[in-house]
Design a protein. Structure first.
Length: 75
């Protein structure tokens, strides 16, 4: 797998995680008959939480791999 393919795959994974986390709070809030403002607030909180989760998982991944672009890394 080339580095470009790996980067593209990582971007897709991050986008899916962000989407799932961002959509969850508005879907949960639909159980309580929210107003449109409350629904948008839930979406905003979900996006913020999703960004934090993606950032944390990226940081955690780099910790386990010892950094993302190590010179001389075997493929």
């Amino acid at each position: 797998m080339s580095e470009a393919e790996r980067d593209a795959g990582n971007r897709r994974i991050k986008a899916v995680i962000l989407l799932v986390v961002a959509v969850s709070p508005p879907l949960i809030s639909l159980q309580f008959d929210p107003s449109p403002i409350e629904l948008l607030a839930a979406l905003g909180v979900g996006v913020a939480l999703g960004l934090v989760v993606v950032w944390y998982l990226g940081r955690l991944g780099r910790e386990f791999t010892g950094g993302s672009r190590r010179p001389g890394r075997r493929r």
